[in-house]
Design a protein around this ligand. Structure first.
Ligand code: BGC
Length: 425
């Protein structure tokens, strides 16, 4: 059964974001930063302190970097050589969940099991060495309350992670205990940073004019260098936890994704833009077009990228997930729907960047700058960069020429190593 054209147009318009809404979003985001700087409790942005400033680019030495935050965990042995240069001397990587084998992120998993798994990867990265002293920087990509560079307490899991016994705990203490259980007391965790902070550190190790770092992947979040972050007026990177931004207008599909999630009501922006949820949005919208139940049909953002790249892939993916075989015209419509969902996502993210840049520039014109972004959606979703660039143009006019987004691939690892150096200075 072909789907109703009128209903299709309606769905498309529900996902379409015009310039006015884009502008409203940028203004609301800036307002939330301003409110958050006065009193974080009153803003949907958490404004979490990182206790890190920008690096000088001269940092050197060999450090361990644990990059933990998506489905894949990586441990790197990194040699910082200064002048923005570095070398990867060793590496171990493994997913936190392998279907039918193990799962350290489900609600049944325990903190101890998860951290023993991490310690195992660290053991692999140092090739079992229990002699040499290693300082470890830890990129932990979840909202954490910090009191210094070491002490980061997980506030709440996001991205549907659910492991027991981690929320409310100092994550590096859990890691230290696991390292001791493995006899790896030569490895000392010294710093924890959010992945957005890692991306900003990593990008500014390599180039000037970077003040904003962002992750656009399974999850979404942004940080920036706040020039007056504490009572003494010192500069510090603040993790906005931008995924929690709630001054966004949601459509019925966004509401459904939220209702089906582990924590309804939270991470509103993240559920509209990030890789973890975008495919689900597409599946629910398609379900409604085919007059089926509006539920999670297991579409992923990888499916979405593929559908956008190759119209020929649509028939196979949709029949597998929905049990419907779309004809050629429907395939074109489905591709159009996937495109508007991806485009809205990129426009929303761009609007939050503009809000942040405007906050940073105050009454002055926006500075010439690069925004450092890492993540699979930014890197791989067809059109993501172009949609962002055209949103900048709509919002900033001529000033859009001063801004570009740069991919800081793998910044999470390098940033963790830089944080480890900074903690030792
Ligand atoms: C987390 C952030 C993180 C982002 C990207 C979000 O779900 O709350 O802390 O930076 O994902 O990994």
């Amino acid at each position: 059964m072909a789907f109703d054209k009128k209903r299709f147009e309606e769905v498309i318009s529900e996902f379409t974001m015009d310039t006015e809404e884009l502008q409203r979003t940028a203004e609301a985001f800036q307002r939330e930063i301003r409110i958050g700087l006065e009193d974080a409790g009153k803003s949907s942005l958490q404004m979490l302190k990182s206790y890190a400033g920008l690096p000088t680019g001269k940092e050197t030495g060999e450090y361990l970097a644990l990059d933990f935050g998506g489905t894949n965990v990586r441990v790197l042995r990194i040699r910082l050589e200064g002048g923005g240069k570095f070398e990867i001397a060793g590496k171990a990587a493994r997913p936190l969940r392998v279907e039918g084998e193990y799962d350290y992120i489900c609600a049944e998993a325990k903190a101890e099991e998860m951290f023993d798994f991490l310690a195992g990867l660290i053991e692999e990265a140092v090739e079992g060495d229990r002699e040499k002293k290693y300082f470890l920087g830890h990129t932990f990509s979840f909202p954490s309350e910090q009191t210094d560079l070491y002490n980061a307490r997980l506030i709440a899991w996001t991205k549907e992670f659910a492991t027991q016994g981690v929320e409310g705990k100092v994550v590096n203490d859990l890691l230290k205990e696991a390292l001791e259980r493995k006899g790896l007391s030569n490895v000392e965790p010294v710093a924890v940073i959010n992945d957005t902070v890692a991306v900003l550190l990593s990008a500014s190790y390599k180039q000037d004019d970077v003040y904003i770092g962002s992750i656009y992947a399974t999850g979404h979040n942004t940080c920036y260098l706040e020039p007056h972050a504490d009572a003494e007026g010192r500069a510090m990177i603040l993790n906005l936890e931008a995924g929690g931004f709630d001054k966004v207008s949601r459509n019925r599909f966004d509401e459904k994704v939220d209702a089906l999630s582990d924590r309804p009501g939270t991470q509103r922006l993240e559920k509209m833009v990030s890789g973890r949820y975008m495919g689900e949005l597409l599946g629910i919208a398609l379900g409604s077009l085919y007059e089926m139940d509006e539920m999670d049909y297991g579409f992923t953002s990888i499916d979405m990228s593929e559908m956008l790249q190759k119209e020929g892939s649509i028939e196979g993916i949709v029949s597998k997930k929905l049990g419907k075989v779309p004809d050629m015209e429907e395939c074109r419509d489905i591709q159009c729907l996937a495109r508007v969902i991806a485009e809205r996502s990129a426009r929303l993210v761009a609007a939050t960047f503009v809000g942040t840049m405007r906050q940073l520039s105050g009454k002055e014109p926006i500075k010439k700058q690069h925004i450092a972004v890492d993540g699979s959606v930014y890197e791989k979703m067809p059109g993501a960069k172009e949609y962002m660039a055209s949103a900048f143009l709509e919002l900033l006019g001529e000033d859009a020429g001063k801004v570009d987004t740069v991919l800081d691939c793998g910044g999470s690892g390098l940033g963790a190593a830089i944080a480890a150096v900074v903690s030792k200075q």
